[in-house]
Design a protein around this ligand. Structure first.
Ligand SMILES: [Zn+2]
Length: 152
């Protein structure tokens, strides 16, 4: 009699608790696991498809998008014309042509005094514009300094 009581309590109590607990665990576990698995699969598949779409995107040609490219007569580096100042000779005088509308041969220069200095030193203007003799870069310098002063 004395031995049965502790066994009953242990077995009945233990079994009942274990059954309920296991039943809950078994019922709930597959639901959560299943949703997590499907969500993970969906997210990973979406990620992989996105990266696959992003990779083959053709890189646009910067030259065609930004316009023609010219060589700066000062630093001799190539730039799109939007970043350069066109200079022409009108009656033997260097004339800045920011609108690029003046006729004739044009020289291209970064609107920077450094590039103008270098072009001046190597007499790049007469060479680029096919005119004899030195040219007065005063108007161009004024234009560049005005532009630099306005931008900063
Ligand atoms: Zn330059």
């Amino acid at each position: 009699m004395e031995d049965r009581h502790p066994q009953r309590r242990r077995s009945s109590g233990g079994c009942g608790c274990a059954r309920v607990g296991v039943g809950r665990l078994i019922r709930e576990a597959p639901r959560e696991g299943g949703t997590n698995h499907t969500a993970a699969l969906h997210s990973t598949s979406a990620h992989s498809s996105n990266s696959a779409l992003a990779r083959p995107t053709p890189t646009p040609d910067p030259r065609s998008a930004a316009g023609p490219v010219r060589t700066c007569i000062g630093c001799r580096s190539r730039s799109v014309v939007d970043g350069l100042l066109r200079v022409v000779v009108v009656d033997g005088v260097l004339t800045p042509d920011p609108r690029r509308r003046l006729p004739g041969r044009g020289a291209w220069l970064h609107p920077a005094s450094e590039c103008l200095d270098r072009a001046e030193r190597r007499s790049a203007f007469p060479r680029a514009l096919r005119v004899p003799g030195p040219l007065d870069t005063g108007p161009v310098r004024a234009r560049i300094e005005c532009e630099v002063g306005a931008s900063t």
